[in-house]
Design a binder for this molecule. Structure first.
Ligand SMILES: [Zn+2]
Length: 83
């Protein structure tokens, strides 16, 4: 069920959408927005790429992150990826 991450690019996200990134080691969660990713010139990256390169910011952790997409207005239309 990871296919959506390889099909969606950052620039495909809505301005209200958020990417929830949870550390697989310490479970600390942070959120990424389309705007914050565009600031880093990441608009052409697929979400799969963003997830693979994300690392936990907790000092000394640097764990890999698990991504979930949180859509504000299209919840019923989007079911995949919330596992
Ligand atoms: Zn962590």
């Amino acid at each position: 069920m990871g296919g959506w991450k390889t099909k969606l690019q950052v620039q495909d996200l809505g301005d209200e959408d958020r990417l929830e990134m949870q550390c697989r080691r310490c479970e600390k969660t942070r959120y990424l927005t389309k705007a914050s990713l565009l600031e880093r010139d990441a608009g052409h990256y697929y979400l799969d790429h963003i997830e693979k390169n994300a690392r936990c910011r907790v000092f000394g952790c640097k764990g890999k992150m698990r991504m979930a997409l949180i859509r504000h207005h299209k919840v019923s239309a989007f079911i995949g990826g919330m596992a």
